[in-house]
Design a protein around this ligand. Structure first.
Ligand code: MN
Length: 160
């Protein structure tokens, strides 16, 4: 069921984060949230169906420890995390001490994306943000880095 993991990790009586409600329309937005948790990281989220074959619209989400690549050819590790509700897309605030992900969350960039390809191991898209623009690929790693590890790369306008 959509967003079960998101709900399990949070106590909505304590955190100001949005409750788990699935989105209906898919506007193909993205967001990067700077998250000052125990380890600073950037959360990259794409508004899309929960599965390759459909389902509710959610924010597919990755924690990127070193930030989203801004130069062509750059590659960064991206750890897939639980789907977030679409309403999380403009969340900013302070997750209190003792709660999952405690710390300050700020929107670092946002905009729309154009999907070029999506399967279980590869997502290709073009970002049209305030900061991030251009063609990107998320590739699920195999053989190292754990089962939730992906790499995000910035590509040339024509592809990898
Ligand atoms: Mn985070």
């Amino acid at each position: 069921m959509a967003l079960e993991k998101y709900k399990q990790k949070r106590d909505f009586a304590k955190t100001p984060e949005p409750k788990a409600e699935s989105g209906v329309s898919e506007k193909k937005r993205f967001v990067v949230q700077e998250h000052h948790a125990s380890h600073l990281h950037w959360d990259f989220r794409l508004e899309m169906p929960e599965r390759v074959d459909g389902g509710d619209i959610v924010l597919k989400s990755w924690a990127v420890p070193k930030g989203i690549p801004e130069k062509i050819g750059d590659k960064k590790l991206a750890i897939e995390v639980e789907d977030h509700p679409v309403s999380y897309i403009d969340f900013e605030g302070v997750i209190p001490e003792g709660s999952y992900g405690a710390g300050v969350v700020k929107v670092w960039d946002s905009g729309k994306y154009e999907l070029l390809k999506r399967d279980d191991k590869v997502i290709e898209f073009v970002l049209n943000g305030e900061v991030l623009t251009g063609r990107y690929t998320l590739i699920k790693t195999s053989g190292y880095g754990g089962k939730n590890s992906w790499l995000i790369t910035k590509n040339t306008p024509k592809g990898v």
